[in-house]
Design a protein around this ligand. Structure first.
Ligand SMILES: [Zn+2]
Length: 265
C-alpha cells in the first residue's frame, strides 16, 4: 500500500516536471530569423567577418531542407505574430543585409534549388555600384521575378539612425528610400532593416509612420521584446556556423534566449 502511494507521488512529480519544462521552453522560444550578409568563396572586403562560403551556405540550406524546416518569407512571420497565431514548428526566415552582388551569384541559385524564400535588404544609393560589389537593378529584377526573393529597404545611405540630426533626415532615409524602391520594383516594399541593427524610439516610430509592416534589428538584448514586429531580433550567421552543430543551436529557436542569458542587459 505504502509502495503504491510512493509510486503515485513519483508519477505526479514527473508529470509536474514535464509540464514546467514544456512551459519554460514555450515561453523562451523565439522564431529564428537568420541574418546573412555575403556568400562568397573569398571574404568580401566590406564584410570580412560576415562572409559565408558557398559550400557552407549549401550545407546549411541542405540541413534546413533535410530537417523539414518551414522556411517562410519574413512578412509571414510578422503576420503570425501580429495576429497572435500559433507559429508552426520549425518556422524560420532567411534575410540578407546590404545587397551584395554575391547574393545573386552564389546564394540565389541555391535558394532556387531548395525553393527557400528570402528577403534581401538593399541600401538604395548603393544599388548598381560594382566597385562596392553591389547588386544591380537588373539582378534585383531577375530575383524578384523568381517569386522567391522579396526586397526590403535598408535606408538610402546606411546611416546610424539614432544619430539622425533631424526628423527630415530620418524621413528621407526611412520613407524616401521606401518610395524609390517601390517605384523601381512596381510593388510595395513592406520590410525595413535598421543599419547595423541600431534603432531608437524615434526611428522605430518613423518606420511605423512610413507604412512598413515589419522591421528587423540584430539582437538589441533582453530588455527588448521578442515579438516586436518593428524590431524583430535576428541571428547573425558567419562562417563559424560552418559547424552544423552550431547552426543547429542557432536555428533551434532558443538561441536568442541563450545569448541574452549571457549578458546582464
Ligand atoms: Zn547593413
Amino acid at each position: 500500500m505504502f509502495k503504491r502511494k510512493r509510486l503515485v507521488l513519483l508519477g505526479l512529480v514527473i508529470i509536474a516536471v514535464i509540464f514546467s519544462c514544456a512551459a519554460f521552453l514555450r515561453s523562451h522560444y523565439s522564431v529564428p530569423i537568420l541574418m546573412y550578409h555575403s556568400v562568397s568563396p573569398e571574404p568580401n572586403p566590406y564584410m570580412k567577418l560576415l562572409t559565408v562560403k558557398p559550400e557552407t551556405f549549401r550545407r546549411q540550406m541542405r540541413f534546413l531542407k533535410e530537417r523539414h524546416y518551414n522556411v517562410v518569407p519574413l512578412v509571414e512571420i510578422a503576420d503570425l505574430i501580429k495576429n497572435n497565431k500559433k507559429i508552426p514548428p520549425r518556422t524560420l526566415a532567411i534575410t540578407f543585409d546590404d545587397g551584395f552582388k554575391d547574393n545573386y551569384t552564389y546564394a540565389f541559385p541555391m535558394l532556387k534549388e531548395y525553393n527557400f524564400p528570402a528577403t534581401i535588404f538593399v541600401v538604395i544609393n548603393e544599388i548598381g555600384r560594382p566597385e562596392q560589389d553591389r547588386l544591380s537593378w537588373d539582378d534585383i529584377a531577375v530575383m524578384q521575378a523568381s517569386g522567391l526573393i522579396t526586397f526590403g529597404v535598408h535606408t538610402l545611405t546606411h546611416p546610424y539612425l539614432p544619430g539622425a540630426t533631424s526628423q527630415a533626415a530620418l524621413q528621407k532615409e526611412i520613407a524616401g528610400s521606401k518610395k524609390i524602391l517601390e517605384e523601381k520594383l512596381g510593388r510595395k516594399a513592406d520590410s525595413f532593416c535598421y543599419p547595423g541593427g541600431r534603432f531608437d524610439a524615434k526611428s522605430r516610430q518613423a518606420v511605423i509612420a512610413a507604412g512598413y509592416s515589419v522591421a528587423v534589428a540584430s539582437n538589441p538584448g533582453k530588455r527588448f521584446a521578442d515579438n516586436d514586429v518593428f524590431a524583430l531580433k535576428r541571428i547573425r550567421i558567419s562562417e563559424n556556423c560552418a559547424n552544423l552543430f552550431i547552426f543547429w543551436v542557432e536555428t533551434s529557436g532558443y538561441y536568442n534566449f541563450m545569448r541574452e542569458s549571457k549578458y546582464k542587459k
